[in-house]
Design a protein around this ligand. Structure first.
Ligand code: HEC
Length: 158
């Protein structure tokens, strides 16, 4: 009696399970379509692509420039002489030596130029003995030829 009830119960359970499966009662819901991207998401993706392109272009330009850039100057670009090292060390923080090499000034004018560099261009004042060394070096290596606009121009007195 009990056994047949159990069998009957089992049969009912199996029927419900199989029937329900056929009817799709336990089917997983279909995954929903993802939302179409919003205009903001599209704009963001577009901006990201543009930014990546900009970075890539800048990187390529940097590489191109690095390839053509002149090698950094070294001290021996200046004529040998006492004070060359001090001149190179103290005078290339703001500009290359080209601006120095193209100049030709008397000792007084080199001296005055350093004052001008300190007063007008924010150069740190030199130690007195270093300054003498540098001015002597400059006057010897780049003597007054009056090629500098500053030396030639009678209206530039400072
Ligand atoms: C703190 C920065 C700085 C330092 C250091 C410096 N200079 Fe200059 N120098 C300048 C600037 C800026 C100019 C260009 C000013 C301009 O033409 O507008 C200049 C211009 C010059 C010029 C051209 C001047 C002309 O008009 O003909 C010479 C030559 C020169 N410097 C030599 C030197 C020497 C030599 C030293 C080292 C004793 C030196 N500079 C150190 C900033 C500096």
């Amino acid at each position: 009696m009990t056994l047949s009830r159990m069998v009957a119960g089992l049969l009912v359970l199996v029927t419900i399970t199989l029937g329900g499966q056929k009817a799709g009662w336990w089917a997983q819901p279909e995954p929903r379509e993802p939302h179409p991207p919003t205009p903001a998401a599209l704009a963001f993706a577009e901006a990201q692509r543009a930014e990546q392109a900009r970075v890539a272009a800048a990187r390529a330009e940097n590489e191109r420039l690095a390839a053509v850039q002149a090698p950094a100057e070294t001290e021996d670009i200046l004529p040998a002489g006492d004070g060359r090292e001090e001149t190179f060390t103290n005078c290339t923080a703001c500009h290359s030596t080209a601006i120095i090499r193209r100049s030709g000034l008397t000792r007084e004018r080199w001296d005055a130029l350093i004052d001008w560099m300190v007063e007008k261009q924010n150069m740190a004042p030199l130690q007195p003995e270093t300054r003498v060394l540098i001015v002597d070096y400059l006057a010897g290596a780049f003597p007054g030829r009056s090629t500098s606009p500053r030396a030639r121009n009678p209206f530039l007195t400072d």
